[in-house]
Design a protein around this ligand. Structure first.
Ligand code: NAP
Length: 258
C-alpha cells in the first residue's frame, strides 16, 4: 500500500500513556484522533498542542466499551482525517479488588472497557483496513498479565491476559489481509492510574519500591511505552505480528515469559 497519509486512533489518547503515544506518532507525521471518555479538557488541550506542531488532529469522545459509540468514533475519525492505518488500543481502567473485596459490577465494568473495548474497536476498523490491505493494531496490555503480583491487581491482570490471547488470535485471523496485531506490556509507568488514590507520601514510597524492583533502576515514563508502540505501528514492522513486547525496565521480582 502506498502511504500517502498515516492516520491513527489512540483510545484513551488524552492522558498518561495514551497522550505520549499520540504525541510520538504525531512527530512522525501521523494524523491523530485522540479518543477519551470522560474528561474533554486534556483531550482538547492536546489537540491544540498537536495543531500548533502542524499535526492534523481531532478529539472524539466515545466509551470504548460501547460498540455503537465506537462505530461513531471510527466514522468521525475517517471522515475528518482520512482512512485509518493505525489503531492503538490504549484505553483501560483498573478496579483494584481481592477475592475478599470482589465487586461484580466494578469488575464487569473493567472487563467491558479493557477487553470488550479492544474487540469493539478492532471490529469497527478492520473492514476498512482489510479493504485497503494495510493496518497496524497495537494493544496496550500490562506486565500484570504475565507474572507480576502487586496487591489488588488480580482481576485487572486477568483482563490484560485476555488482551494478550486476543492479540495473538486476531493476528492469526487478520494477518493475510495485511493487518498486524501486536501488544505492548508496560511495567509500572507514572500516570494517574499508577498514582491511584495514594497520598504523596505513599506514592513516593511506591516509586522507590518499584525503582528497586527494576534492572534499569528507575520507574517507567509514558514515553518509554510510546517508543515501543511507534515501532509496532510503523510500516517497517510488517513482518512482526502476534508478538508481546514487555517494556518494564526488566523486573527483578519476576522474570516474564512473554
Ligand atoms: P490513565 O492515566 O488513567 O489514562 C487513561 C486514559 O484512558 C484516559 O485518556 C481516559 O480518558 C481513557 N479512558 C478510560 N476509560 C475509557 C473508556 N471507557 N473509553 C475511552 N477512553 C477511556 O491510564 P494510563 O496509566 O495511561 O494507562 C493506559 C493504558 O496502559 C491502560 O490500558 C492501562 O491498563 C495500561 N497500563 C498502565 C500501566 C501504568 O503503570 N500506568 C501499567 C500497565 C498497563 P478520560 O480522561 O476520559 O478518563
Amino acid at each position: 500500500m502506498a502511504h500517502t497519509q498515516q492516520v491513527a486512533i489512540v483510545t484513551g489518547g488524552s492522558r498518561g500513556i495514551g497522550r505520549a503515544i499520540s504525541t510520538r506518532l504525531a512527530t512522525q507525521g501521523v494524523s491523530i484522533c485522540v479518543n477519551y471518555s470522560a474528561r474533554p479538557e486534556p483531550a482538547e488541550a492536546l489537540v491544540k498542542e498537536l495543531h500548533t506542531g502542524g499535526t492534523s488532529a481531532i478529539a472524539v469522545r466515545a466509551d470504548v466499551s460501547d460498540p455503537t459509540q465506537v462505530e461513531a468514533l471510527i466514522a468521525q475519525a475517517e471522515a475528518e482525517l482520512g482512512p485509518l492505518t493505525i489503531l492503538v488500543n490504549n484505553a483501560g481502567i483498573s478496579a483494584p479488588a481481592t477475592l475478599e473485596t470482589y465487586d461484580e459490577a466494578a469488575l464487569d465494568r473493567m472487563r467491558r472497557v479493557n477487553v470488550n473495548g479492544v474487540i469493539n474497536t478492532i471490529r469497527a476498523t478492520m473492514m476498512g483496513m482489510k479493504a485497503r490491505g494495510y493496518g497496524r493494531i497495537v494493544n496496550i496490555a500490562s506486565n500484570a498479565a504475565i507474572g507480576t503480583a502487586l496487591p489488588g491487581t488480580t482481576f485487572y491482570a486477568a483482563t490484560k491476559a485476555e488482551v494478550l490471547i486476543l492479540t495473538k488470535r486476531f493476528a492469526l485471523e487478520l494477518g493475510h489481509t495485511g493487518i498486524t496485531v501486536n501488544a505492548v506490556c508496560p511495567g509500572w509507568i507514572v500516570t494517574e492510574m499508577a498514582r491511584g488514590t495514594a497520598t504523596e507520601e505513599e506514592f513516593s514510597a511506591r516509586v522507590a519500591e518499584m525503582r528497586e524492583r527494576t534492572m534499569v533502576g528507575r520507574v517507567g515514563a509514558p514515553e518509554d511505552i510510546a517508543a515501543a508502540v511507534a515501532f509496532l505501528a510503523s510500516p517497517e514492522a510488517g513482518f512482526t505480528t502476534a508478538q508481546v513486547l514487555t517494556v518494564d525496565g526488566g523486573r527483578k521480582d519476576y522474570i516474564g515469559h512473554s
